[in-house]
Write a protein that binds this ligand. Structure first.
Ligand code: ATP
Length: 202
């Protein structure tokens, strides 16, 4: 499975619909200062489920929507689609039937983000799990932004462990475990209530 295309519309400086082809192998992004190189990396993070506005250099999530310039008005929505080539059929379980997997995130002012995978509405968690299981994602150590090396060197041991777990693709398992534990606690609560009812009726 590899990233094949990135489509952006209304995302930060990419106001017009833009499609980038990502060939297998090494990809370099070059251009003058301020042309939008970092915005591209942030678009990748964002579509993979990044929910911390600060890591996208914003104060709120709506800051990713094109804010307007002297010549063009602001946009009301931003959309990014990441197309994954799954011809090798090594996508995580549940997503492995198609040659292409299209993950889309869209945000509209005042109505938050919505996600789709191959046209089907999904939760943010589903997108995050898809990428976590594939050992990539919004927090992937494969995406190295400015200042990140210094942060890693100075990080606490447990934070460094989180980076290793992300790289090993087991972050998704932790997340599922937490979900299962919550469900178990809910079921235990229901059982206790049921016991009370049975006792009251006896
Ligand atoms: P450098 O080489 O200096 O690191 P860069 O190529 O990485 O630059 P970016 O930081 O990705 O460039 O892009 C910065 C540009 O994106 C700025 O011109 C900024 O005004 C623009 N920009 C960022 N957010 C928005 C937004 N929400 N709406 C419109 N333009 C935006």
């Amino acid at each position: 499975m590899h990233f094949a295309r990135l489509r952006l519309s209304g995302f930060k400086s990419f106001v017009d619909p833009t499609e980038l082809l990502i060939e297998p192998g090494l990809t370099g992004v070059v251009g003058p200062n301020g042309c939008g190189k970092s915005n591209l990396l942030e678009a990748l993070r964002w579509v993979m489920g990044e929910n911390r506005a600060k890591s996208l250099r914003g104060t709120g999530m709506e800051d990713v929507i094109f804010a307007g310039t002297d010549r063009r008005g602001a946009r009301g929505l931003a959309e990014v689609t990441l197309v994954l080539d799954n011809i090798t059929r090594d996508a995580p379980a549940g997503w492995n039937d198609e040659d292409l997997i299209e993950v889309t995130r869209r945000i509209e002012r005042d109505s938050g983000s919505a996600y789709r995978i191959n046209g089907r509405d999904v939760r943010q968690k589903d997108v995050q799990l898809l990428f976590a299981d594939a050992a990539t994602g919004a927090h992937s150590p494969a995406l190295v932004s400015q200042g990140r090396i210094g942060t890693l060197i100075n990080a606490k041991p447990q934070d460094r462990r989180a980076v290793l777990e992300e790289a090993a693709g087991i972050t998704g398992l932790h997340s599922r475990r937490r979900e299962a534990e919550n469900r178990l606690r809910g079921a235990e609560g229901n059982l206790a209530r049921l016991q009370d009812v049975i006792q009251a009726m006896a």
